[in-house]
Design a protein around this ligand. Sequence first.
Ligand SMILES: [Zn+2]
Length: 77
Amino acid sequence: MSPGTEAGADTNTCPRCGARFRCGMEAGDHECWCASLPALPLPDTSGPGSLAAASCFCPLCLHALLLQSEVVRSAAP
Ligand SMILES: [Zn+2]
């Protein structure tokens, strides 16, 4: 909340890879970039300490997780 905060400054650290990225929700934007992506279907969101407990991933990881989940889904019988 400092007056010197740059617009576009990174707000979050990705829990998966540790990359710094900007979350629109955190930054106070009208909409986060993640809103344009499909919701990530996470099977287990209740486990403490699980990656799923953290809702914000960097763009790269979110894409990777989405791809992964689609692979898993299409590979299932
Ligand atoms: Zn990441």
